[in-house]
Design a protein around this ligand. Structure first.
Ligand SMILES: NC(=O)c1ccc[n+]([C@@H]2O[C@H](COP(=O)([O-])OP(=O)(O)OC[C@H]3O[C@@H](n4cnc5c(N)ncnc54)[C@H](OP(=O)(O)O)[C@@H]3O)[C@@H](O)[C@H]2O)c1
Length: 484
């Protein structure tokens, strides 16, 4: 299957924080890959901006190195890299000062799409927004892209929304949650709403429960100081897992359009029941041979921050009343694996009599690694020996299913940046969604702090604390294996 690449319109994209880690690892190599595929044309201009003094030439050398290191799938074609580097410029700017802005204004064109990626700490978002206006660089139809974390709690998210709203309309603000840019996540919507097969079964009558797992093998590493102020709840659950939950649980939007989709997602967050303490398990990884414990990684033996969290959630609406959603995420777990599993109920009556160890139908949506979907169905075990049933996977790896002519699955960032240029906000979080998620998160975090709740320890390389397993066992269910 050969897919068509439609070039985007000419644009000027300014990357504030253009020398930072995110720009180097994701944004710039991603833009190169889109250039390599023909989606970004030579009419584009990409302008790096940060405090460091650098010439255009030096910035191009910096980007060239980033492409060599990180753009493996996009092909290391010297001529193409050379052509891409010509799109790049650099302007030294301090977000909190006044120098550099005039120069930036001079470098930007009037007649193309303008986008500004705020790839800097959130404390600088307000400064950047204000100065883009003050120096008349922002236009009414320009776009700004803001990175996670969007606030630390409801109050800070509201303050951030209010600051941005002073200078930009909501239709200009693109809040990134890179999980939404993943091919599988969009495929989840294609599978749900593009087929008649699943939607009639997608409710409490037929779905026993849903599991969402985002597991990492790494610890907090060098981010210890930052992470300890955040924890798995703020860093992963409030945003990424909540967004996945919204997509899996939402009603069909009337069209695949930004506000139609985001309205439905918002309703899911608002339908969340309060979570009892007995339905949440928090954990901290212990140390092991050659592996530091969480508390030594963050340098605080008394830390009460969680590196793992599992919870059971319920939604109070017609579709899902009574179906539990089990969510878990953590660091230093068994494998790096992210997936959503929709576990269907058993047929109401088995005409084949009792079968041992039947596990029924499960639709697994794999986010990483090996993006794809897998539907477990029951068939007869081949050969003689009577009517014995076995479960087999109907597997659809995107890479295999679409064949060698298909476009490589783009990295989430790559796709999202192209959506910004196309002016499509569907896969970006709206301000009210973010606030609703914080409004749900805040009381839980405040409760732990008030009570001084201590996370359970778990062994590195495990599936998290035992208590997280019990969360399902006690209801006759079990988590899926965390496996690559
Ligand atoms: N790295 C990731 O994988 C990742 C993932 C998700 C979200 N994020 C978010 O993305 C943002 C950037 O993260 P990062 O990891 O790239 O951080 P980083 O490596 O620390 O880079 C920060 C960038 O901001 C620039 N900067 C700092 N202060 C500035 C100022 N006053 N004026 C202008 N530029 C300034 C820095 O360059 P100078 O020092 O030269 O000014 C640098 O280019 C953060 O909000 C982070 O939370 C990052």
């Amino acid at each position: 299957m050969v897919s068509r690449v439609i070039p985007v319109d000419p644009f000027d994209l300014v990357i504030f924080g253009g020398t930072g880690d995110l720009a180097r690892r994701k944004i710039l190599p991603g833009l190169y890959r889109r250039f390599w595929s023909g989606q970004v044309t030579d009419k584009a201009r990409i302008i790096g901006a940060s405090r460091k003094e650098m010439s255009d030439q030096e910035y191009r050398a910096f980007v060239q190195e980033a492409i060599r290191e990180f753009a493996i799938e996009g092909g290391q074609d010297d001529a193409r890299i050379e052509a891409f580097l010509k799109l790049l410029h650099y302007v030294p700017i301090d977000a909190t000062g006044e120098s550099g802005w005039k120069e930036l204004r001079k470098r930007m064109r009037q007649d193309v799409i303008r986008a500004f990626n705020f790839s800097v700490g959130p404390n600088l978002f307000g400064d950047l927004a204000e100065r883009l206006h003050k120096h008349k660089i922002a236009s009414n139809d320009c776009r700004i892209v803001v990175e996670k974390p969007f606030g630390h709690d409801l109050a800070s998210a509201k303050a951030l929304n209010a600051t941005l709203a002073r200078y930009f309309d909501e239709t200009q603000i693109y809040r990134i949650d890179h999980y939404l840019g993943k091919e599988t996540v969009q495929n989840l919507m294609a599978v749900r709403f593009g087929n008649i097969l699943f939607e009639p079964l997608w409710n409490a009558q037929y779905v026993d429960h849903i599991q969402i797992t985002v597991a990492e093998t790494v610890g907090v590493g060098g981010r210890g100081a930052y992470y300890d102020k955040s924890g798995a709840m703020r860093d992963m659950m409030q945003n990424h897992l909540m967004q996945l939950l919204c997509l899996i649980a939402m009603e069909p939007p009337h069209r695949f359009e930004p506000d139609a989709v985001r309205d439905e997602k918002l309703k899911v967050i608002r339908a969340l029941d309060p979570v009892g303490n007995g339905d949440i398990v928090r954990g901290q990884y212990a140390g092991a041979e050659g592996i530091d414990s969480y508390v030594s990684d963050v340098g605080d033996d008394d830390s009460l921050t969680e590196s793992f969290i599992a919870m059971k959630l319920h939604l109070s609406n017609w579709r899902w009343k009574g179906t539990p959603f089990y969510l878990r995420t953590g660091k230093r777990l068994k494998a790096r694996a992210s997936e959503i599993a929709v576990v269907f109920k058993d047929p109401p009556h088995s005409i084949f009599g009792e079968q041992e160890d039947r596990r029924g139908n499960v639709l697994v949506i794999r986010l990483q690694p090996n993006e794809g979907m897998n539907l477990r169905v029951t068939i007869k075990e081949p050969g003689p020996g009577g009517m014995r049933l076995v479960e087999v996977p109907l597997d659809m790896s995107f890479a295999e299913a679409l064949g060698p002519g298909a476009a490589a699955v783009p990295d989430a960032y790559e796709r999202l940046i192209m959506d910004v240029i196309r002016g499509n906000q569907t896969l970006f979080m709206r301000g009210d969604e973010v606030e609703a998620a914080w409004a749900w998160t805040d009381p839980l975090i405040e409760g732990w702090a008030k009570r001084g709740d201590r996370p359970r320890t778990y062994q590195p390389g495990s599936a998290g604390p035992e208590e997280a397993l019990v969360l399902l066992y006690r209801e006759g269910r079990r988590w899926r294996e965390i496996a690559e």
